[in-house]
Structures are given as C-alpha cells and as structure tokens.
Design a protein around this ligand. Structure first.
Ligand SMILES: Cc1ncc(COP(=O)(O)O)c(C=O)c1O
Length: 354
C-alpha cells in the first residue's frame, strides 16, 4: 500500500471530551464540512456520536450525513437558499444559516413543513451575515412567516486564534448588542473561541479543527491543549539510495547532497495531496526520528535525508503527519495550515479507520 490515512476514532472522541471540558453545559455542533476536514464526514460523525449536532457547508454535505443515519440537528453554514433548498432542508431537519437578503425572499415563498433556520450576523469579519443593526428587522420578517422558525443567532470570529487581538472583544460586543432584545439560542465559538474565549461559548459551540487534533491558536500547540491527532498519514520507503556529495536530487536540482549520504524515496507526492510547496527541511518521521525532506515534491514521491536513521529500509512506513509529528508543524513548514493539508488529501490515499 502507498499513502495511507489512518483515522483514529478514539482520538476524535477524546478531542470532543476536551471541548466539553472547556465549554461545559454548552451544546456542541461539530464542524464536519469538507468531508470532515478530509477525515471522512460519516466516519467522523459516527465517532462523534455524542455531539449535539453537526455543522456542514452545504445541503449536499448534510444529506450525506442523513443518508448514513446521522439523526442530530445539522446546520448548513454557506448554502445558497432557494425554495427547493428550503423544502429539502425542512424534509430532513437540516437547519440552514440565513445570511443574505435573497434567503429572505426564498423563505417568504417557501410553503411546507416548518423549516428551522439560524440567522447569521456579521459582527466584524465582513464575510457573511446581516449587520447587527438589521437583526430586529430580519427577526420580524421571519416571525411573519408561518412555515419558518428561527432557532437562533450565529456569528463567526475572524481573529480568535490570536488572544491578544482586540477584534474578538469588538465582535462579541457587536453581536451582543445586535441580539440583545431577541429570542433564540446564540452560537459564536469556533475552535479558537472554545480554546481562548470563554465569553464566546454562548449556547452552542461549533468547533472543527480542534476535534481533528490540531491547534488553531497562534500561541499554543495541540499538545498544550491535550488534543490528539485524529489522522496518521503514512507512506512507504520505496527505494533507498546513496547520493554522492555535490549531486542534486529531484526536479530542478534544487538541493545537493552536502556529503555522500543515503536518501529514502517515499511513495507519496502532490498527487496524494502532500503539499508541493513543502520546502527542503520539512519534517518527516522515520522510525520515530525526525528526518528532513530534501529536493522538490514530485507527483508520486518525495525524498528524505536518511542520515539520522541509517537502518530504515524499503517497505518501512514513515509518518508524514500524525502522532509524533503534528500536522500543524508540517503545515507551518509548507506555509499553510493543517486545515488545508487535511482537506487536500486526494482519493488516491487509502483510508483505514481504527
Ligand atoms: C461558520 C463556521 N463555524 C465554525 C467553523 C469551525 O472552525 P474551526 O475549524 O476553526 O474550529 C468554521 C470553519 O471554518 C466556520 O466557517
């Protein structure tokens, strides 16, 4: 087998417990959009059976969960709403987030079983949602509709990953002000909100990345928060070679051996979702020891400096990220975030669920 992502259900359940410990007595809607951040939405939702609900991007993602037997409430965070979408959502108790004027028109035209919705306010991130000052008018519009029920109010934090950034306080104040006189539940916190902003816990938290065992914070690692990696990505050494001092490795000859040395060729590349822009020096774990990527990432292969692990041989599996090598560290080396590493794994990667 070449690249293999092993998904650890116990790690997912443990990370949910961490959310519960940090935000006791709050409902937890686990973010499982983008196929459970690349871990498999159904696998994750089943491992997180104790979650109170799920948050996905679209109705398609919600329906995938319903078809696999998930019964908890599901909210769709970025689904465009027309009358047909309203009918499908209502039929399957999927709760769309209303964030655009066009949704108000669709909801007014919708006739059918009562559709529960969340309303999103833009408290300062300026991506989605109504201005806090419009909240009362939107609530009044929905109250007049017989087939629509507003469950609650939602906003999203843009800078909660940085505890020193004053924007979060401003967002919390804007949201509190906009919803002060209105009925319904409140939901604000993503993982960073859960980890660093107790004032954002409100009624429903919506963690994603921390459930997968990564840290969104600029100042704390996943281990600092006792989060466990839910994915272990491995691939085999497919060849071990001796490279003479001064000789280049890989496309573009971007790296040259500083001495006569052994390198391992690993059976994973950007065709599997390993980041092509990962530079020489990006860590890989071989026999539990740190080794460095050398040369460019190819479609099917990477090369690794084996000087620190002389015994490692063909067929042995190395860790690209997972236990002992946080995806956050690999992501930082590659100039991205663990979210993207997880989401970009391709269908070629085999999946094992433990
Ligand atoms: C609206 C909303 N809520 C919650 C989340 C979960 O965020 P995180 O994975 O940072 O916890 C996201 C993710 O992007 C989101 O867009």
């Amino acid at each position: 087998m070449r690249a293999l992502a092993t998904i650890d259900r116990a790690a997912l359940a443990h990370n949910l417990e961490r959310v519960r410990a940090l935000a006791p007595d709050r409902a937890v809607y686990a973010a499982v959009k983008a196929d459970g951040y690349g871990h498999g939405a159904t696998t994750v939702a089943n491992a997180l059976a104790a979650a109170d609900g799920f948050a996905v991007s679209s109705l398609d993602e919600a329906m995938q969960l319903r078809w696999s037997g998930i019964t908890q409430p599901i909210m769709t965070l970025s689904q465009p709403l027309d009358v047909d979408a309203c009918a499908l959502a209502a039929a399957h108790d999927v709760r769309p987030v209303v964030f655009d004027r066009t949704h108000l028109t669709a909801l007014a035209d919708y006739v059918g079983p009562v559709l529960s919705v969340w309303i999103k306010l833009d408290s300062g991130m300026h991506r989605l949602g109504f201005a806090p000052g419009e909240a009362a008018a939107v609530a009044a519009h929905l109250r007049a509709l017989r087939h629509v029920r507003c469950v609650g109010w939602l906003t999203h934090l843009g800078c909660a990953d940085d505890p020193s950034n004053p924007m979060t306080e401003r967002q919390l104040a804007a949201f509190a002000h906009g919803t002060a006189e209105l009925d319904g539940q409140r939901s604000i916190a993503n993982s960073a909100g859960v980890l660093a902003w107790p004032a954002a816990h409100a009624d429903v938290v919506r963690p994603g990345i921390m459930l997968y065992g990564s840290s969104p914070m600029v100042d704390a690692t996943a281990a600092d928060h006792d989060l466990r990696p839910a994915m272990h990505l491995t691939a085999p050494i497919i060849s071990r070679r001796r490279v003479v001092a001064g000789e280049p490795i890989g496309y573009g000859a971007t790296w040259r051996a500083p001495e006569d040395m052994d390198v391992g060729v690993i059976g994973i590349g950007y065709g599997d979702g390993y980041p092509r822009h990962a530079p020489s020096g990006t860590p890989v774990l071989v026999r539990g020891l740190r080794a460095a990527l050398v040369g460019r990432v190819s479609m099917d292969m990477i090369t690794v400096d084996l000087r620190a692990v002389p015994e490692a041989g063909v067929g042995e599996r190395v860790t690209l990220w997972g236990p002992g090598l946080p995806a956050d560290e690999v992501a930082a080396a590659a100039g991205t975030i663990a979210y993207e590493l997880f989401c970009r794994l391709t269908a070629r990667v085999s999946v094992e669920i433990v």
